[in-house]
Design a protein around this ligand. Structure first.
Ligand code: HEM
Length: 146
């Protein structure tokens, strides 16, 4: 007799980080808070000043990116093509100070807008890694010249 039970499909995770965080509205909240903090915190000034005066488009692009990166609609890729994040950051001087200030704003924005501690810690750990790979100034730059 054949047993009837559902086999989990391990190739298709059931819940994406996009769903876990709460979809578009929650990503918007995170992004908006992130750029307000960057704009307002004096300790983030070095990172703030390499960004455009008006952060509206920065917020929209970051929202589009996070949407796809978290497993939701691939808005950034559809509008602008492959993210190539490191290359897109090359025109901006990002050293340890800019990286740390960016991460400080992100840490606080996550704490204020994402309730699920595990998700928050997971996301922050990812941002730390990607943030470091955006660095194009300072010692021991990864993947730079060799
Ligand atoms: C390490 C610290 C970082 C600094 C100082 C930084 C700074 C910048 C600057 C100056 C721009 C260009 C202006 C703008 O569009 O706002 C930019 C664009 C962008 N950043 Fe970052 N960034 C950092 C890390 C990250 C990380 C970790 C991510 C993603 C997880 C990210 C995602 C993006 C995206 C998607 C864009 C738009 C790219 C484009 O289409 O030009 N950035 N960032």
């Amino acid at each position: 007799m054949q047993e009837e039970f559902e086999q989990p499909d391990v190739t298709q995770p059931e819940v994406t980080p996009y769903q876990l965080i709460g979809g578009d509205a929650s990503i918007r909240k995170l992004v908006d808070r992130f750029y307000v903090l960057m704009d307002e915190l004096p300790e983030a000034y070095t990172a703030r000043k390499i960004h455009p005066a008006d952060l509206t488009e920065s917020g929209n692009k970051f929202f589009d990116f996070l949407s796809g990166w978290l497993g939701g609609p691939q808005r950034f890729v559809e509008k602008y093509g492959h993210p190539m994040l490191r290359r897109r950051h090359m025109p901006y001087a990002i050293g340890p100070e800019e990286r740390d200030q960016w991460l400080m704003c992100m840490k606080q924005a996550l704490e204020e807008t994402v309730e699920d501690v595990n998700l928050r810690d997971f996301l922050y750990a990812q941002f730390v890694q990607i943030g470091e790979s955006m660095r194009n100034r300072g010692d021991n730059i990864q993947g730079c010249c060799h």
